[in-house]
Every structure is written in C-alpha cells, then in structure tokens.
Ligand binder design. Structure first.
Ligand code: PAF
Length: 286
C-alpha cells in the first residue's frame, strides 16, 4: 500500500493508473471505523483501485469546534486500510492542501445552510471545498460517502451536478452498533453514561418510523413523537429533528415513503447526527 503525503505525488499516482481501471475514492478524516471500512469494501468489490484520503480538514470546523481534539490514529488507520487491500492512502498536511491559505471556496450556497449547516455556519463550504480539491487530485471514477451525514451527501451530489464533475457518487448505508447508535469517529468522545444516553437518538428515529407505518403522515405529529423520546433522556440536548426531502433538505409537511428524518443532538459536549428514511429498509435495522 502506498502512503502519499504530497498532493502532486498523489495526483501523479492517480493519473498514472491504467485508464481502463476504475478508481474508487473514499475521503475520510481518519479514526477509521466499520462505517468507513464498509465503503472501502464496496469500492474493493467494484473498482480495480481503491484510494482513501485521511485529512482532518480545518476549513470545515468552526472556531469553537473540535479541530484540535479530533481523534487522530494514523498508524492504526493505515493498518486497517492495508488489511482491506487499499492500494493508496493520501495523508496530506493542512499546509499541503492549503499552501497559500484559503482563498478559493466551493459553496453550495442554499443546501449548505440547511440541517447542520444552520448551526455550523461555513461547515459545508469547507466540506465542498476540500472534497472538490480531493476530486481534482484523485479524479476518481466513483466516490463513496456514508449516508450518516445525509446533508453532506446532498451537498456533494449537488456540487457534482452543478460543476459537471465526472464522478459517480456511491452512498453507503449507515453502519450501527447493536443498540442502534450510528458509528461515528466522534463516538470516541463519549463517557460510558453519555454512550448510554446516545442510544436514544436512533430510538427516536425508529419510533417515528413506527408511527409512519401505523398511518401517521403529518410531520409535526411524527416529529413530536421523536422529540418526546429525546427530551425524556436527560443526557441529550436536541439541536434539530426534522423531516425533509433528501435532495433539497427542505422540510416537508406530509411524510411520504422516502422522506428523510434527520436529527442532531448534543450528548454532553459531543454533537451526534443520525437519520433514516421512513418506509425504507434502513429504519428497520434500528
Ligand atoms: O465526512 C467526512 O469525514 C468529511 O466531511 C470529508 C468528506 C472527509 C471531508 O473532509
């Protein structure tokens, strides 16, 4: 497995691949877990070459967010990726990715302000910018993202469409712990008591799904059921619980099969997100 830190070397490596070979690319911020590995495996099944990037991207963190504390386990990550047969890992430094500071941004203006974008101003601008830059370096055939960050998926999908980027977006299902908690690198921040509270987040989604299955279609009433569950758990503070269209991220008044229920909650000082589509398989895995 090649590990390349220099953006130009990574770009040259990707450009040197046989043009008939599909390149699958999984951008990550490291702290690799089964969610990331499920994307790696999906690429290994489809693509001749699988590339992963590990970069804790400073431009997607707000000034009071967890950039400095974000878990970094490079050696462990590389060992996990090597075991999966990844051919190349790109591990740039912030100076390598932003050699002259940050002047050029990609901003999916409207989508970037919805869901987490509302409470994390500039977050999705940072995501779109770094993903665009990474795509410029890798020029992948396919790029793999996890459904756990549904807003990120919508932003990247829109950016690919608007900028005519020749890359196929593949979205992998959320991978969960046995009690339903969605895997996230930030779960490592949770104390045992917080971890216990965190399981309620996916339970709220399931209760909404069950109410939908019982015939409830009014989103205020559906969301009320989930809000009650979260507010009854003293360890959780709700940021948002909303029912939206998965592409536009705009709220819907009536839920239909496929409506996305998205949630963000604070567990202590850790912000966790999750989502599920009503009347969809992923809800029944909760
Ligand atoms: O989802 C993530 O880990 C990050 O937002 C991404 C896509 C790697 C961009 O920094």
């Amino acid at each position: 497995m090649q590990v390349l830190e220099d953006p130009y070397q990574f770009q040259a490596y990707c450009a040197s691949l046989d043009a008939s070979h599909a390149l699958g690319f999984i951008p990550t911020m490291g702290a690799i877990h089964e969610g990331h590995l499920s994307l790696v495996r999906a690429s290994r099944r489809q693509d001749e070459v699988t590339a992963v990037s590990i970069f804790v991207n400073p431009t997607q963190f707000g000034p009071s967010e967890d950039l400095a504390n974000y878990p970094r386990h490079l050696e462990q990550d590389l060992a996990l990726l090597e075991k999966e047969g990844v051919q190349v890992v790109f591990t740039p430094t912030p100076e390598g990715m932003y050699p002259n500071g940050v002047a050029t941004f990609v901003d999916v203006a409207d989508l970037g302000q919805r869901l987490c974008g509302a409470s994390r101003p500039g977050h999705f601008r940072g995501v779109a910018t770094v993903v665009f830059k990474l795509f410029q370096l890798a020029a992948p055939t396919r790029a793999y993202f996890g459904q756990k960050d549904a807003a990120q998926v919508a932003v990247v999908r829109r950016m690919i469409h608007d900028l005519f980027l020749p890359v196929e977006l593949v979205v992998g299902p959320i991978v969960r712990e046995r009690d339903g908690l969605a895997l996230s690198s930030r779960n490592a921040y949770l104390s045992p008591a917080e971890r216990h509270s965190a399981r309620i987040i996916s339970r709220a989604l399931r209760i909404i799904g069950e109410a939908f299955d019982s015939g409830e279609r009014s989103t205020p009433r559906l969301l009320m059921k989930g809000t009650e569950v979260i507010e009854n758990e003293p360890g959780l503070r709700l940021d948002y619980l909303t029912a939206v269209d998965g592409d536009t991220l705009l709220p819907v008044a009536e839920a239909v099969p496929g409506t996305l229920i998205a949630v963000a909650a604070l567990v202590g000082s850790t912000r966790l997100i999750d989502n599920a589509r009503v009347d969809h398989d992923d809800l029944y895995l909760l």
